[in-house]
Design a protein around this ligand. Structure first.
Ligand code: PGA
Length: 246
């Protein structure tokens, strides 16, 4: 099973549902539709209405983050895994570099992962090195830490996807070369296997678009994509899927 996951970040108002109508229409006619899952993570404000609308359709709705406490607490503007699940989300991203940069520690992420799984949310857990770490050849050490400090064998591994997103690639148009990406995907799968006793899907994120997806599809170890910028356009998102299977 492959995953095409659109992370809208701070984008979208109610009428942006039109983008999803087009994507849903494409998928419902796509002969490859049983080979992949399309997941969109709109901002919190749109989760309930979009989840209701797409409940029996071809798009799965997720959240971009969740708070580290559950179910209710007195943190202003925080939204818990319980609240997210109750408005219909199926997935949640955890550990996106935007949120790590704003202070999410491994301890915070660990508690988010546990609470999200407890509420039956499936997890897209993001890991990735920054430019300095890459230059200093620390990539593998960083990735390993991000995995072993947050995930452990007691968690329901069937409900976890790992998203490898090199920070220097997010929103920059820069992408890793095939050789490096293949090595990294193999490394991540090896670490994950040590933690869980089995491998999990590993997807790639960072400047994925309708053109470079043709190159990424050569790497069979990559089980899908976390798509930021290009997921705000129905055409680009659809072309990514089309070009992946072409
Ligand atoms: P991008 O974002 O595709 O715009 O690089 C990816 C992400 O941050 O998930």
């Amino acid at each position: 099973m492959k995953f095409f996951i659109g992370n809208w970040k701070m984008f979208g108002v109610p009428k942006s549902i039109n983008i999803l109508h087009k994507i849903n229409f494409f998928i419902s006619k796509d002969k490859n539709r049983n080979k992949y899952r399309a997941i969109i993570t709109p901002p919190y404000t749109l989760i309930e209405s979009y989840s209701k609308y797409f409940r029996r359709k071809k798009i799965i709705i997720g959240s971009q983050n969740c708070y580290k406490k559950d179910p209710f607490s007195s943190n202003t503007a925080a939204v818990s895994p319980y609240m997210i699940r109750k408005v219909g989300a199926t997935y949640t991203i955890i550990g996106h570099s935007d949120n790590r940069a704003e202070g999410d520690s491994n301890t915070d992420l660990k508690s988010k992962v546990e609470l999200a799984l407890k509420n039956k949310l499936k997890i897209i857990y993001c890991i990735g090195e920054n430019k300095t770490q890459k230059i200093n050849k620390k990539t593998f050490t960083v990735l390993k830490n991000q995995i072993v400090k947050v995930l452990n064998r007691k968690l329901k591994s069937n409900n976890i996807i790992i998203a490898y997103e090199p920070i220097w690639s997010i929103g920059t148009g820069k992408i890793p070369n095939n050789k490096d990406l293949l090595k990294t995907a193999i490394f991540i799968k090896k670490v994950v296997k040590k933690v869980f006793g089995k491998t999990l899907p590993v997807i790639y994120g960072g400047s994925v678009d309708e053109n470079n997806v043709k190159m990424f599809k050569e790497i069979k170890e990559i089980d899908g994509f976390l798509i930021g910028g290009a997921s705000k356009s129905a055409k680009k998102f659809i072309d990514i899927i089309k070009n992946y299977y072409r």
